[in-house]
Design a protein. Structure first.
Length: 337
């Protein structure tokens, strides 16, 4: 039986990953979910597994050294999958200290506690792995053509991406300095069930249903590569099983979409497939985000060639499933807007 410590497991990607694990491995695994339950965490997403004898939820902070050390002593943790992070760029512009504390100091604390628990007189215990979930935003802004590869320089441009890049590089430093069994993934924009309303796609879905405006930054031309969250979870699983320590793997889908195109597509799907009436002038253009990166896109050929991974869903397939989930579950998503 493999034991997973999942940080941020009540959040968007973390909760989907835990459900993926039980769907894939059932009683063959044990999961400890460590989550502080901030505004974006929601245990409702994990209702179906909360009674499982191999699932344990612990409410707490990844910056709490005594707590993390106690978890590592109590459970024979094989894998640490580190999702926990402040992740919204707009919030990072206003709350830099919060992002630095969680994304940088929290990561350092987890690395230190794992090193202390796994370290032997010569090397580390076998079968252990620390996976840092990073982001394509650490690469900074990309031009109109080309893709980021794992060899592209790190050049983050906003407080959020800088904090993630710091944790990313610290994880690398632990491997280079101590031989610590760590690996990193850098994924493109995720979408799917359980995502909090501050993020673009769930915000546009909610506002459309509630007859509110869909706020589009600038002229709506900013481009992102979008991946359905289930495909990301599959990739993470493969990296845990077969990813080489010290390596970084890009995870993407080549689903490049501009913000304005996404807004129009969501409106069209809600109108045509869910019979929801949406005013013609529902899209409104607002002042652009400070330091807004115009385009991200990544080359994920490394994980495809080395680990045999590829995305299973097109953007339109994933978006329809996402919209259906929000239409049926709006009352389960905490909303502080």
């Amino acid at each position: 039986m493999k034991t997973y410590l999942v940080t941020g497991g009540a959040g968007f990607i973390g909760s989907n990953f835990i459900l993926y694990l039980y769907q894939t491995y059932g009683s063959e695994i044990e999961v400890i979910n460590l989550d502080l339950l901030t505004y974006a965490g929601n245990l409702h997403y994990l209702k179906k597994i909360e009674g499982y004898p191999t699932y344990h939820f612990i409410e707490g902070d990844i910056c709490d050294t005594k707590l993390v050390e106690n978890i590592m002593k109590t459970y024979d943790v094989d894998y640490i999958v580190h999702f926990a992070a402040e992740s919204h760029v707009d919030r990072s512009i206003k709350e830099i200290d919060v992002f630095a504390q969680t994304n940088i100091m929290g990561t350092i604390n987890l690395l230190n506690c794992a090193k202390k628990s796994w370290e032997l007189d010569s090397g580390f215990k076998t079968g252990k792995k620390f996976l840092y979930i990073s982001t394509d935003e650490v690469y900074g802004e990309l031009g109109a053509k080309g893709y980021f590869t794992e060899e592209s320089p790190i050049a983050p441009r906003n407080p959020y991406s800088v904090s993630k890049a710091s944790g990313d590089m610290m994880t690398k430093a632990f491997f280079e300095t101590y031989g610590f069994p760590s690996v990193r993934t850098r994924c493109s924009n995720n979408f799917g069930p359980h995502q909090y309303y501050e993020k673009l796609i769930p915000l546009f879905i909610k506002n459309s249903i509630q007859n509110k405006k869909l706020p589009v930054y600038g002229d709506g031309s900013a481009v992102r590569d979008w991946i359905y969250v289930y495909d990301h979870c599959c990739a993470i699983d493969l990296v845990l099983q077969n990813g080489k320590p010290g390596n970084v793997y890009n995870i993407g889908s080549h689903n490049e979409k501009a913000t304005l195109e996404i807004a129009k597509t969501i409106i069209e799907i809600l109108k045509n497939e869910f019979n929801i009436k949406i005013p013609e002038d529902s899209i409104t253009f607002v002042e652009d985000r400070k330091g807004h990166d115009r385009r991200y896109a990544i080359d994920f050929s490394k994980i495809s060639m080395e680990l045999g991974w590829k995305p299973s869903k097109t953007f339109d397939e994933g978006l329809k499933e996402t919209i259906k989930w929000y239409v049926n579950n709006m009352d389960t998503v905490k909303d502080y807007s």
